[in-house]
Write a protein of this length. Structure first.
Length: 347
């Protein structure tokens, strides 16, 4: 048993053997390296200075390399290497390509509930990530996120042009899945009449104790938040080698980029591989650009695009810069999103 200090955060790395690790009341971090490790958070977390401690378990590989069971009972499990790591009361499970968040107090959970309240559905991975990053970085408040979602065409179609009473009725039905009680109904209608905006009302329903409890099971099954740098590396694999990454390569290159290796330098590293040389060979500039269109975007290059990229190479632009341009193009990001957003597919 490895036990951390009861009232201060700890970093646990038990080494290659099977370990049982138990933390304290503050934010703890666990490095998991054995399929028979056990992680137990037995202390009840407390808010201190407005901060809710968050415990994190880290696996040094992409999540699709594991079999993961979350929210099925008190103990979660992450299986690999012939064993299963037992995890209790951990709010974030981190992998090379992203993390699962399981805490109902997390910003990801708040965005999850807002999608349910406004659009009556769970968020897509891209939508969850975009709103989450904006709120966590302080670019938006949760109220402003509610403003954005209630202004969407999808929300307008869902709720239509109804009066205040009809809107409150719909909120009870769509969010709490019940008929309104008279006292609650009148309170919300009066609030709207006295200047509360509909997005404020939506946020009130979304963050109500009743809705938080009703959606807890969905949150505890894990909200996936992808890692941007791992996604860039995965797109480089597709761009240069015309395939998805293997687990070891994705982890190594993602760690390198996070350690400060520029993405263009990583692209150059891929281009030096025999696998890349077999794909692209000794092509002239125009041939190189045409092959990029075929391998990266799965189409023939349009004449203006081929000419523009070829001219940039003849003007002195490097091939690794062009490769990176194709890799991070909007078209390529959209094309690969189904293979990245919910956890990077592996070779």
């Amino acid at each position: 048993m490895i036990t951390g200090p009861a009232f201060s955060g700890a970093y646990f790395d038990g080494g290659p053997g099977a370990d049982r690790m138990r933390g304290g009341t503050k934010s703890d971090i666990y490095l998991v390296d054995n399929p028979r490790d056990v992680i137990v958070e037995t202390y009840e977390h407390r808010f201190e200075n407005g901060v809710n401690p968050v415990d994190t378990a880290i696996w040094a590989a992409p999540q699709r390399g594991y079999s993961i069971s979350l929210g099925q009972g008190r103990t979660d499990a992450v299986s690999f290497g012939g064993g299963a790591v037992a995890v209790e009361n951990i709010e974030r499970l981190v992998f090379t390509d992203g993390e699962f968040r399981t805490d109902s107090g997390d910003v990801a959970a708040q965005i999850y509930r807002l999608y349910g309240a406004t659009l009556d559905r769970a968020p897509d991975s891209g939508g969850l990530k975009n709103w989450l990053v904006a709120v966590e970085k302080g670019a938006l408040t949760l109220r402003q996120a509610a403003d954005g979602l209630t202004a969407s065409p999808e929300f307008q179609i869902k709720y239509g042009n109804v009066d205040d009473g009809g809107f409150v009725d719909l909120m009870y039905d769509n969010v709490l899945h019940r008929d309104p009680d008279p006292e609650g109904f009148n309170a919300w209608v009066n609030a709207l009449a006295n200047g509360m905006s509909r997005s404020e009302l939506v946020l009130g329903f979304s963050e109500s104790l009743e809705n938080v409890q009703a959606t807890r099971a969905g949150v505890e099954r894990g909200l996936w938040v992808g890692d941007d740098q791992a996604a860039m590396v995965a797109r480089l694999y597709d761009t240069t080698l015309d395939r998805m990454p293997d687990a070891e390569g994705l982890t190594a290159w993602t760690n390198a980029v996070k350690a400060g290796v520029p993405l263009q330098q990583a692209a150059n590293g891929f281009m030096g591989s025999p696998e890349f040389q077999r794909k692209y060979g000794a092509l002239d500039d125009t041939g190189f650009v045409r092959q990029l269109y075929r391998n990266v975007l799965d189409r023939e290059g349009d004449a203006p695009g081929v000419e523009a990229w070829s001219d940039s190479l003849r003007a002195g632009n490097s091939r690794d810069a062009v490769v990176l341009g194709f890799s991070e193009s909007v078209e390529h990001q959209i094309k690969l999103a189904p293979y990245i957003d919910d956890g990077i597919w592996l070779l």
